[in-house]
Ligand binder design. Structure first.
Ligand code: ATR
Length: 275
């Protein structure tokens, strides 16, 4: 009997990852043969592991911290958007032994907003981004692709925001971290990409007095699902979207490539992952 196709999330640490729950839920929901595992891989073992996986029946993988940047050098083909973002989160192992790397974080971000706010108009006004790390890079690319006219960026370490402006162009306006409140004036969209507000991390304290009730507000933090940032925005009347959906949607393209069925992200998927 031929072994079932295998996929995995590769990280270090990796035990916190929700991807195994997500993909195994989809496999069982669609009655597909397959297995999805969590593989803890040290940085110095990454290259060897990636080459060894196809021989063990793996057809692809998700990649998480700390390997998302390193895999770009190890892949044989890298999509334009992964190159632009500077990281990959989805790998496909082809039959002829090559590794194909893509980044679906930006896709997941946009797909989540479009699903939760079907009338979202990216061109409605400027977007504000808190943070300038890896997640911010993917979200900048996604928002620029969607047609957001101006992207305002505030980061504790201003230099990192300046570097993103240098890389991604004139559409980005950098604000001081202490100006993160005033940055919200007239924005149509705001997103927290920092770890602030995550369980165990410091709270997100940017004042929202300038935030219009018409703005759409989202957070990539999903532990807790309702962050203080989202609650404060909702109190102002903003429509808010939690961060779990981004994680679920970024898994869709990989699952479809590996297992041949495009999975749905819906309430049942959310419940399965949160259970
Ligand atoms: P990710 O890949 O999730 O974006 P990251 O690259 O480590 O992770 O980025 C974390 C982001 O959270 C950064 O923007 C970081 O700000 P710095 O660039 O100044 O480090 C931000 N961040 C983390 N802790 C913070 C804090 N206490 N106050 C403000 N920003 C913080």
């Amino acid at each position: 009997m031929k072994d079932v196709p295998r996929a995995a999330v590769i990280g270090n640490p990796v035990s916190h990852s929700l991807s195994p729950k997500l993909h195994n839920y989809w496999l069982s929901r669609y009655g597909l043969a397959g297995r999805y595992e969590a593989l803890q891989v040290a940085e110095d073992a990454l290259a060897h592991t990636l080459r060894a996986l196809p021989e063990q029946g793996f057809i692809g993988a998700n990649v998480t911290i700390p390997h998302k940047v390193a895999v770009l050098q190890l892949a044989d083909n890298v999509t334009d958007r992964a190159t632009l973002i500077g990281a990959a989160n989805t790998l496909i192992f082809t039959d002829d032994g090559r590794i194909f790397a893509d980044n679906t974080d930006g896709y997941g971000f946009t797909a989540n907003i479009r699903q939760e706010v079907p009338d979202w108009d990216p061109k409605a006004g400027p977007a504000a981004i808190f943070g300038a790390g890896g997640a911010a890079r993917a979200i900048i690319v996604a928002l620029a692709d969607a047609g957001v006219p101006e992207i305002r960026l505030a980061n504790r370490t201003r230099l990192k925001a300046e570097a993103l402006k240098a890389e991604f162009g004139a559409r980005i306006q950098v604000y001081d971290w202490v100006q993160a409140g005033p940055m919200l004036d007239e924005v149509a969209f705001a997103v927290n990409t920092t770890s602030l507000g995550m369980k165990g991390a410091q709270p997100f304290k940017v004042p929202l007095d300038e935030l219009s009730p018409d703005a759409i507000v989202t957070d990539i933090v999903y532990t807790p699902l309702r962050t203080a940032f989202l609650d404060a925005a909702a109190e102002r009347g903003c429509r808010t979207v939690d961060g779990l959906g981004m994680l679920l949607h970024q898994g869709v393209p990989g699952f479809e490539r590996w297992f041949g069925t495009r999975p749905e992200v819906d309430e049942a998927t959310r419940r399965a992952v949160l259970s």
